[in-house]
Design a protein around this ligand. Structure first.
Ligand code: TRP
Length: 337
């Protein structure tokens, strides 16, 4: 029998997940877990690279993230959810990989560049206070992926440079020490990015324009009522363009049944924005109801969440230790066997 291919994916535990994450990656992960051997990492070590001064935030978000995963339908019997910091072999491999990448190459990584520019408070106006750890996080991410010899990494398009850099490092390792690692492939979801309630191209916590998977019915209602609509529509029966309206945009995601009717009425001027938003809020609430129910279950069974993380980490570490053995032998540091 063919062994299942390995998927590695994960998130930094720095905040709650929103519907952008859901359509961009989580939905896909739920599907993939039936066909692949899927590892999902909670990247707490990576989260600390730009939250080293706020460890409590990272800690608080570990269980939040795990519950978000479980609420979405990640099944711990099919997927392995684990904590990055509890696999010290990843840190070890990061150290070995760091010899195989130049500082200049890291400074050119577009994702790192963008993030440094966004984090002026931490890294200075021109990145002059950049830490060694943050600049090097692509190396640690390469170790995350390589230590399971992952075949596939499903990611958002912003992460493509990370996978490219991983491939380079792995190739270099294999060419110097002999073939240990698989070159992973990035797979970008077909719905890579969901726009924010305000029309911003990105939904995000810092932008205050997100609908979270854990939002209550009231919060969803309130947020949808505040969403950006076609600004040329002033009166209730003005004709409008649903294609330039965030409510229309989300109807496409949540209202397969009513979408056509809603769009036609909007264009004809026979549906006002309030009615349109009410319909959308109702649909989102219904769509997310099973997730809220699962979340409630796990919130009432937090011990079970702990157990899932402990078991997942144990399983992941076992695999990481096997690969690490091959690494050390290839690098001739397998002393005293
Ligand atoms: N960089 C990812 C993020 O910001 C998290 C992450 C860490 C990751 N290691 C990974 C993603 C390995 C995919 C594969 O969310």
């Amino acid at each position: 029998m063919n062994e299942r291919k390995i998927i590695l994916t994960g998130d930094r535990p720095t905040g709650k997940l929103h519907i952008g994450h859901y359509f961009g990656s989580l939905q896909n992960r739920v599907k993939l877990q039936d066909e692949y051997n899927q590892y999902i990492l909670i990247a707490d070590v990576q989260a600390l690279t730009d939250n080293f001064n706020n460890p409590q935030k990272v800690r608080n978000n570990i269980k939040e993230l795990a519950i978000d995963y479980l609420a979405c339908g990640i099944d711990p019997n099919k997927s392995t959810i684990y904590l990055q910091s509890m696999i010290p072999e990843v840190a070890e491999l990061t150290m070995f990989f760091s010899n195989l990448v130049t500082v200049a190459r890291l400074q050119r990584n577009p994702t790192v560049k963008t993030e440094i520019a966004q984090k002026k408070d931490l890294f200075g106006n021109n990145g002059e206070s950049i830490t060694y750890g943050f600049l090097g996080y692509p190396v640690s991410q390469a170790a995350d992926i390589a230590i399971f010899n992952a075949d596939i990494v499903p990611v958002g398009d912003d992460q493509l440079p990370m996978i490219e850099q991983t491939r380079e490092i792995v190739r270099k390792f294999n060419s110097i020490y002999g073939k240990v690692f698989t070159e992973p492939e990035a797979v970008v979801g077909k719905f890579p990015r969901v726009k924010g309630l305000d029309g911003n191209a990105k939904m995000g916590k810092s932008l205050g324009n997100a609908i979270y998977l854990s939002d209550s019915e009231e919060e969803i209602q309130r947020k949808v009522m505040g969403a950006l609509t076609d600004t040329t529509k002033i009166k209730k029966d003005d004709k409008a363009n649903p294609e330039v309206c965030m409510v229309g945009y989300y109807h496409k995601l949540f209202s397969s049944k009513e979408k056509e009717e809603v769009f036609n009425e909007c264009k004809a001027g026979s549906r006002g924005c309030v009615a349109c938003k009410k319909q959308l809020a109702k649909n989102i609430i219904e769509y997310l109801a099973p997730l809220r129910e699962k979340r409630r279950y796990y919130e009432q069974h937090l011990n079970l969440v702990d157990e899932i993380l402990i078991e997942g980490t144990k399983k992941a570490r076992k695999r990481a230790m096997e690969v690490m053995k091959q690494v050390k032998s290839a690098m001739k540091i397998d002393y005293f066997k």
